[in-house]
Design a protein around this ligand. Structure first.
Ligand code: FE
Length: 211
């Protein structure tokens, strides 16, 4: 007879929308606070940046990275880089974050990049594909912390009908299989919906295999 103590850590079933696996409430409150403490150490070493697009427009999110490759964006374009613009290597991906990858993406290669995006109350992310990596058989895993964000899921090509769902603090999303290359974005942040971050806002952590 199985009781709840036999259930593995990945105790939640995902709700799948267009191949996007949404694990609602994956992280406990304690795990979320511990992860934020780990992120503060990353930001102390690799400060948040306000990237600009290739056309020179500032993006509304602020970002930094951990892992062997981080995401940088400037007038020469977007790319993965082994160094923060300061010239330093990126901090290691914290154990607390790797544990999520291992649980929801069993069998996948180890993530090389942990992108940390900070969304203030006005920030958003336009519809895009994640396609700057080499191996699209490897999933992308996203962790939400802080205020709720409205996530929009599109299609394999730009345009067409979309669906939205709210990502809340502690939720995990896996984009794998066909959904790996689906268009997606964040419409808006709902301010003051979480007490996790003292000054509010939303953090999205994205784990990827890059090479
Ligand atoms: Fe993305």
């Amino acid at each position: 007879m199985m009781d709840s103590s036999d259930l593995p850590k990945n105790r939640h079933l995902a709700v799948t929308i267009r191949g996007f696996e949404h694990y609602s409430g994956w992280l406990t409150a304690g795990e979320q606070y511990a992860m934020v403490a780990d992120l503060r150490k990353i930001v102390a070493q690799a400060p948040l940046m306000s990237p600009v697009t290739a056309s020179g427009k500032p993006m509304s999110v602020r970002m930094t990275s951990a892992g062997s490759l981080g995401w940088v964006s400037d007038r020469s374009g977007y790319r993965y880089s082994p160094r923060h613009p300061s010239g330093m290597g990126w901090p290691a991906i914290p154990r607390s974050i790797l544990a999520v990858w291992e649980a929801v993406a069993p069998g996948a290669r180890a993530p090389e990049s942990c992108l940390v995006n900070f969304y203030g109350p006005e920030a958003k992310m336009g519809m895009h594909q994640d396609r700057d990596e080499t191996d699209f058989t490897q999933p992308v895993v996203s962790i939400s912390l802080g205020d709720d964000g409205r996530f929009r899921i599109g299609n394999a090509t730009r345009g067409g009908a979309t669906e939205t769902l709210w990502l809340r603090s502690g939720d995990v999303m896996v984009m794998g299989g066909a959904a790996r290359l689906y268009y997606h974005g964040v419409d808006r942040i709902a301010p003051d919906t979480s007490l996790l971050l003292p000054k509010g806002g939303r953090i999205n952590i994205t784990l990827r295999v890059v090479t």
